[in-house]
Design a protein around this ligand. Structure first.
Ligand code: PRP
Length: 215
């Protein structure tokens, strides 16, 4: 018996937007309703299996080949860039990476900056490209606290609605790039399993080719 197409899916907003997209593409995902605490969902008739995982783990499952496909934000792919092929921009989960800080931040005062972030690779790459030497401090969450309390001069973080920044008295000083949900695939699965490519083609028809901007 062949293995169903296995999809590592980021829990939360990306998960619900993916269910809507796949339903539009003609799949019946009613077996994903009433989830309770279940983390694996399989439908043998459609040969589909979903693993509900945390965002950074999507790339791990795909890289190791236990998932054929992954659906995850570009933020995670920028931080974990190897071991899979990025196939589609799904045009949902829109947000951006920005540099933010308190109102008294002086980005151009030529002092070496301390940057707090959940995304050390993204932050390092960004400041390297600007030719700016900074110290990066890795934080796991609630990163907005760092410049307020004096741990860092500024943060590199995701901005979606902007309300977390506003609520904490921070503002954006520079935008780094747009982020959206992406479909990634295991290289061997794409090469060896035609049903994986067929699945991706069905999704591609639904997302169109035009990039939706995030402002
Ligand atoms: C993310 C991000 C910001 C917030 C941005 O945090 O790190 O803190 O969302 O969203 P907004 O612009 O709509 O306010 P998350 O909710 O993942 O929590 P965390 O800080 O614990 O990582």
């Amino acid at each position: 018996m062949t293995r169903p197409i296995t999809i590592a899916l980021t829990k939360g907003r990306i998960e619900s937007d993916t269910v809507k997209l796949l339903t539009r593409a003609g799949f019946d995902l009613s077996f994903m309703e009433d989830k309770g605490r279940h983390l694996i969902f399989e439908d043998q008739a459609q040969q589909l299996r979903f693993l509900l995982v945390k965002a950074p783990d999507v790339t791990t499952y795909v890289r190791h080949g236990v998932a054929d496909i992954g659906i995850v934000g570009k933020d995670v792919l920028m931080e974990h860039p190897t071991g899979y092929l990025e196939m589609l921009d799904l045009n949902f989960g829109l947000c951006k990476f920005s540099v933010a800080s308190t109102k008294d931040y002086q980005p151009n005062d030529h002092k070496r900056k301390v940057i707090a972030t959940k995304y050390p690779t993204v932050a390092t790459d960004f400041f390297n490209q600007k030719g700016e030497d900074v110290e990066i401090i890795s934080i796991q969450g609630s990163v907005e606290i760092a410049p307020i309390i004096g741990l860092a001069d500024a943060i590199v973080d995701i901005v979606e609605t902007g309300s977390t920044l506003v609520a904490n008295g921070l503002e954006v000083y520079e935008d780094i790039c747009r982020i959206s949900a992406r479909l990634i695939v295991n290289k061997a699965a794409l090469k060896n399993n035609p049903s994986v490519l067929n699945f991706i083609k069905k999704i591609e028809k639904m997302v169109g080719t035009e990039e939706v901007p995030f402002t």
